[in-house]
Design a protein around this ligand. Structure first.
Ligand SMILES: NC(=O)c1ccc[n+]([C@@H]2O[C@H](COP(=O)([O-])OP(=O)(O)OC[C@H]3O[C@@H](n4cnc5c(N)ncnc54)[C@H](OP(=O)(O)O)[C@@H]3O)[C@@H](O)[C@H]2O)c1
Length: 327
């Protein structure tokens, strides 16, 4: 049997995409075959789809670090044909063919049963971006932040940022959203941001080793000079969840925020998070953290993925992009 996939090929260092028909393989012991109805576009997928080193080692390849669908063949005692499931992260879409194909075959330990009150579309509107945002928010909540100051979210219109703004707002926090998009003020206000800071204005203000505390904590999706500046503006014992690097991989800081204010810089690695933790986050998204992401999600077909990949690489995406295989 054949299935259709968004397929990346390499020729002499050049990477090109096409829609290809691939052979479906039978799952080995402990593996499960899933017919994917929806996937989503994350920054890492754009890197894999364009051959950026450090994500996918060998091509040809099918990207897609997220998938939601139904089990079609199982060599596992944990999952049966017909189960509705979700897979995010681990090696999916890195070196294991991913959700941009209509079928995936993955180890049983990567799979979560989809909560009933969450559709496959809703699950993929959340996807890895949402799981990362949720893990970042939990680190901040664990520090019991004061409600006197807002929580900062950087890269606020992006996948991780937009979901983080929504969760924090739902939890009753004031949220300062940092964005490079001056036209996105209404979008961010609708997500629940209480103040909007333009990236350019923020970076134009000089950075100091210790500044007046402005934020009770932060979800940082960009790194670089923004994270460097932010660290000196966090209130005593606040947490900065560090999950992304679209703005740069280096940070320039002093020890002062750490030794004089006891702040914590917490790393987030959602891909390798234990499956039990992922399961607990999906339960939250299906219940007390249920979000309406319909206003910030664009549904696309495989044919439209190439265009969306270029937009995400240029930092221009707003909200989430979901791949619907039936589109
Ligand atoms: N650690 C983990 O587990 C994990 C999981 C998922 C994602 N990530 C990482 O998190 C980051 C965000 O992922 P995503 O899927 O949310 O990507 P995304 O949808 O492209 O969002 C990134 C946002 O960052 C802002 N931005 C873009 N270029 C920038 C620049 N040069 N300087 C400052 N800000 C810039 C833009 O928002 P504004 O215009 O609103 O500023 C953009 O929309 C990526 O680095 C990704 O690899 C990490």
């Amino acid at each position: 049997m054949k299935y259709s996939a968004y397929y990346i090929q390499e020729s002499e260092g050049n990477f090109s995409a096409s829609i290809a028909e691939l052979d479906l393989i039978k799952p080995e012991q402990g593996f499960v075959q899933i017919q994917v109805s929806h996937s989503s576009l994350n920054y890492k997928d754009a890197l894999s789809a364009t051959g950026v080193k450090g994500v996918t080692r060998n091509y040809p390849f099918v990207p897609g670090i997220d998938a939601a669908g139904v089990v079609t063949d199982s060599a596992s005692t944990l999952f049966a044909e017909g189960d509705a499931v979700i897979v995010t992260g681990y090696d999916l879409g890195m070196n294991t063919p991913g959700g941009f194909g209509e079928f995936i075959t993955v180890p049983e330990g990567w799979i979560v049963k989809k909560p009933e009150n969450l559709s496959a579309l809703e699950a993929m509107s959340i996807g890895t971006a949402g799981i990362t945002a949720a893990a970042s928010v939990i680190k901040i909540m664990d520090s019991k932040p004061s409600s006197e100051l807002p929580i900062m979210v950087t890269g606020a219109t992006g996948g991780v940022g937009s979901v983080a703004v929504m969760i924090l707002s739902k939890l009753g926090f004031n949220v300062s959203a940092l964005t490079g998009k001056s036209e996105a003020k209404n979008f961010l206000t609708q997500l629940g941001a209480t103040s909007i800071i333009l990236r350019e204005d923020y970076l134009n203000e000089p950075s100091k080793p210790m500044a007046r505390p402005l934020f009770a904590g932060a979800v940082d999706t960009v790194g670089g000079s923004i994270l460097s500046k932010l660290l000196s503006e966090i209130a005593p014992h606040g947490v900065v969840s560090c999950c992304g690097n679209v703005g740069g991989i280096e940070i320039n800081t002093t020890v002062f925020p750490f030794i004089l204010r006891g702040i914590n810089l917490c790393g987030i690695d959602s891909a390798e998070t234990p499956i039990e933790f992922k399961e607990s986050l999906w339960k939250k998204f299906a219940n007390e953290w249920k979000l309406d992401l319909s206003g910030s999600t664009k549904e696309v077909s495989k044919e439209q993925l190439g265009e969306e990949i270029q937009i995400i690489l240029q930092g221009g995406q707003q909200g989430r992009v979901v791949l619907n295989h039936k589109e």
